[in-house]
Design a binder for this molecule. Structure first.
Ligand SMILES: [Cu+2]
Length: 319
């Protein structure tokens, strides 16, 4: 019942979410056209098949005629009609594909990194966030790559889907038509946490995006280092693998590790201090803590020194 109410309140049709980007309507048109043609012929062919099975069934006293050699008119008809339909599908699909693949020159650029199992969106002013924020009514181009395996960015409401491949850049673009919050998924199975690789697209009202971006980027200026460190671990996806309450996930919990002595897979051990945490972030493969897999991506070039210091202070504060 609850779902029914939600459904009645949503603007979506029964099949697809509301088409809220400039190209979504074209994508839907191709989809519905192909679906319509396929449904029509499915019904036609199955109905005729049933009819013929009854009409021409084998029964006593009726002799089967030899099969006809051919019928020109019939054969030309059933060739021409499908050809025309397929050409229409190709034309609709190809023109829409070109629109989707070609981003407008004046598009707003955002960089995307996919990693197990979170998203990192970087804005032109250096700000980094796990959610995608965009201005309404302006084309946005995403330039994407992956830190580890292949991921795929999918925003159903915008009909946008594109793979993120390690070692190369892929791009996609969309032009959001309405302010609001939309779902963003990874649609390429990328390991244990794949189903948690969810995020949001926040489409800001006119004028609000710039204000948001300015405030968000000023993190270190407006917070204490510990607060900023907490926010940075959230934004950079650390918390998908590390908890702050003592429970081990893919990686060890941050709680209470500061000052502990840890043993590594190579047999050595060290105390968790500022330098150790810094090295763990920049060269995670150098020392692997016993009992864990070497699964952490490097943050070299992605976190500034000041930010690493804030994260260290935050981990130290988790007694
Ligand atoms: Cu993924």
């Amino acid at each position: 019942m609850h779902d029914l109410i939600l459904f009645a309140q949503s603007r979506g049709g029964y099949w697809l979410p509301p088409p809220d980007s400039s190209t979504a309507g074209d994508v839907d048109r191709v989809f519905y056209f192909i679906l319509g043609v396929a449904s029509f012929f499915f019904v036609l062919i199955v109905a005729l098949m049933c009819l013929f099975v009854i009409l021409y069934r084998r029964r006593p006293g009726v002799e089967a005629p030899g099969s006809a050699s051919h019928n020109n008119l019939l054969e030309i008809t059933w060739t021409i009609i499908p050809v025309i339909l397929v050409v229409i599908m190709f034309y609709m699909g190809f023109t829409t594909y070109l629109d989707i693949r070609t981003s407008p020159r004046q598009a707003y650029d955002i960089r995307v990194v996919g990693q197990k199992w979170s998203w990192v969106f970087s804005y032109p002013n250096g700000h980094v966030a796990p959610e995608l924020h965009v201005p309404v009514d302006r084309p946005v181009r995403l330039t994407m790559t992956s830190e580890d395996v292949i991921h795929s960015l999918f925003i159903p409401a915008f009909r946008v889907k594109m793979d993120l491949v390690p070692g190369r850049y892929t791009t996609t673009w969309f032009h959001p038509l309405r302010a609001g919050t939309y779902d963003l998924y990874c649609t390429e199975y990328c390991g244990t946490g794949h189903s948690d690789m969810l995020s949001k697209v926040v489409v800001h009202k006119p004028g609000e995006f710039e204000t948001w971006l300015e405030q968000a980027a000023n993190l270190l200026a407006s917070m204490t280092p510990v607060e900023a460190g907490a926010e940075l671990t959230r934004r950079n996806g650390c918390l998908t693998c590390h908890s702050t309450d003592g429970t081990a996930k893919v990686g060890p919990s941050f709680k209470g590790i500061y000052g502990q002595r840890h043993t590594f897979t190579n047999g050595t051990s060290a105390e968790v201090d500022d330098n150790y945490i810094r090295q763990s972030i920049l060269e995670p493969m150098a020392l692997i803590r016993q009992g864990y897999q070497p699964a952490m991506p490097t943050y070299k070039g992605r976190l500034k020194d000041q930010e690493i210091t804030a994260i260290i202070e935050y981990i130290e504060s988790l007694k």
